[in-house]
Design a protein around this ligand. Sequence first.
Ligand code: SF4
Length: 470
Amino acid sequence: MKPKILYIHPFCNPELSDFLFLPAGIVGVLNNLRSKNFSVTGLNIPLEMKLDSDMNFEELIASFDFDIIILDCHWYYFLHGVQVIAESCKKINPDCFVLVGGFSANFFRYELLKNCEAIDVVLKGDQETLLPTIFKSLISEGRKSLKKFPNIAYRNFFGFVVDKKISHFDNDINKCNYTDISFMRHWKEYMGFYLGPKAPGVNQKFENENFFYLPTQKGCIHNCPCCGGSAFSQKILSNKKGAFIRSPEKIFADFEYLNSLGVSKIMISCDSKLNDWVRILKDLEKKKIFIGILFEDWQLPSKEFAKQMISYAKKTDSGFLISALSGNENIRLKNGKKATNDELEEIAKIFADSDSYISFWFSPNIVGETFDSFQSAIDFAKELVSFNNKKKRISVQCSSMELDLTSQVYFQPKNFACKSYLWSYSDFLNHLKFRVKNTVKGNMSFESVEINVSKTNELILLFEKELSIQ
Ligand code: SF4
């Protein structure tokens, strides 16, 4: 008998409907289970809260028949929510198995398994092709079968946490389907939500334009010190290195499918130099598949790719987000971004008179930046926007650098002269239990001797004043 699987995207806390976007990788994991004939249903609790403010999440979960619960906890925002929901699931069906996956769950696996009896298993590393086997064994042999598997942590018969090694890898991201989310209740309404202002990953607004985040790369070869998805973090949390790239043919097919659903804006976040994006855009133009692309490039696009994007933007609202971070090249490099000022300026100029756009992001609280050196960020930002003409296609923005739980700085703060108070598991829980809707301040931020959180906020205001940003 195949078990009935209920996937739940949790809330941050029962009062807060922010963070409704799914971590992109989970879609591939669930679709792989579906392709092996498992019955998978998805419930996005923050989405349900946004659609119905009177919704009772326990009653909603109880309306489903399930043997297995999968909860995602990729970002730390969900560390409290997964525990609340796991407990509700066990109350509704005491015999169900509850599994939690994602970088943050992996990082705090001991704490989660010790503090929340309702969580049976924490998943580590890649799971796409492992989960179907784990589930078959769990149903036929019960909990004792867990000891056969790598990439998991669980409590044994005596209540001790067993932490298995990561030795299973799913590197081929061409094998999975990341675009079919029809397993999720209200998936059409989900696509109507768009990135929120100022804190894109945090609060979301309903725009009804059909937005989709499309993964095209798994892993990263760079080491931006505050990022929890860096090569360093990948090694610690998934026991592997390198980046795995979706093929141009597969990306083209993803666009075709999303176009057939009426998607009007796709967000892509990757290192463009690792793929043939010129060819992908040319093929899309040739086949007349026109969807707006918001392309967050982890480094800098080539001039050829930038020009191709400009051509594609004649029929779509498409452009780039680039992290310039600082006006000082050495400081930029310390923070993982390799472009020189000249290279950034050259790319900016290409967009000045185009139908596309380019937006450069700066931040005062980054490794090596000081109160004085931040003036060069303001000067450089002014230089970039000075290339604008009437169309004003070049923009700049400035916000605080959040420190990821699984980042290099979090592990080795002294190496980066980091003066932040680094939150412990209980700090995260206290913060998350009482987090208020749409708040962006109070996250764990990078702080140096010179630039703490209040100085950061002052410098952001100064940047916005000098650049006349409303
Ligand atoms: S911020 Fe840096 S380390 Fe993180 S994913 Fe982007 S390029 Fe990679």
